[in-house]
Write a protein that binds this ligand. Structure first.
Ligand SMILES: C[S@@+](CC[C@H](N)C(=O)[O-])C[C@H]1O[C@@H](n2cnc3c(N)ncnc32)[C@H](O)[C@@H]1O
Length: 227
């Protein structure tokens, strides 16, 4: 097996320098968010935003669901990659964070594509399954409370069409997943979900050691195990 290249901070700087495409709206939203308590830890990294946009375009997604809006950086990146008439439903337990996002979405010309739903994601997702039905979504991005991930994953799996994609953020959870001394609820939930996903033949699986760990689970219709 080939060796994983060790990414030093200098090498990561190089990767960003030759691949990250930035603009004023994204940079200003990052600057405003970093001033908030926990802002930097909560917001996805710029390269992850670019990657999410890439995935939306690659899968030709028209309907996207996001669990965990915060100040709307990932929302903005994904919404910009939607086609005209596309739809992004983003969920957050708090209404104050999406209010910060709104002017940036407006400036980027994507407000019309975005619908914010405020409340506990578990309930909002269950409502969506009930109202819109299974297989009605192309891509779900999950980036909220880690203890809820397993429930969000099951709802997401109902919502996405066969071939649709579930993207889970923070799946190495700041490295805590391999720290035997860490047993908090969120870390345990991420560990258990990672182990569960390895054996879940309802999805094809890829786990990327990028940002804080990004897991891609693509719904299969036949239950076949692909490698
Ligand atoms: C890590 S942040 C999301 C970051 C966002 N993706 C971005 O790019 O800026 C997690 C968000 O999930 C929200 N959240 C936490 N628990 C939740 C729950 N039970 N239901 C819905 N949203 C929740 C928080 O309010 C927070 O805004």
């Amino acid at each position: 097996m080939a060796q994983q290249t060790e990414f030093s901070p200098a090498l990561l700087d190089y990767v960003r320098a030759v691949s990250l495409r930035d603009d004023d709206i994204l940079a200003e939203l990052r600057r405003e968010t970093v001033e908030l308590p926990m802002g930097q830890a909560m917001q996805i990294m710029a390269e992850e935003g670019q990657f999410l946009a890439f995935l939306v375009a690659l899968t030709q997604a028209k309907t996207v669901v996001e669990v965990g809006t915060f100040t709307g950086y990932s929302t903005l990146c994904m919404a910009r990659a939607l086609p005209a008439g596309g739809r992004l439903i983003t969920m957050d337990i708090s209404e104050k964070w999406p209010m910060i996002a709104a002017p940036y979405w407006e400036r980027a010309g994507v407000s019309e594509l975005i619908e914010v739903r405020v409340g506990p994601a578990e309930e909002l997702l269950a409502q969506m399954v009930e109202q819109d039905g299974a297989g009605t979504v192309d891509l779900v991005f999950v980036d909220a409370d880690k203890a809820g991930y397993r429930g969000y994953y099951e709802h997401a799996l109902r919502l996405v069409r066969p071939g649709g994609l579930i993207v889970l953020d923070n799946t190495v959870f700041f490295g805590r997943v391999i720290d035997d001394g860490v047993h908090d609820e969120d870390t345990v939930a991420v560990r258990e979900l990672n182990s569960f996903l390895l054996k879940d033949d309802r999805v094809e699986l890829a786990m990327l050691p990028m940002a804080d760990g990004i897991t891609l689970a693509r719904k299969v219709s036949t239950g076949r195990n692909v490698c």
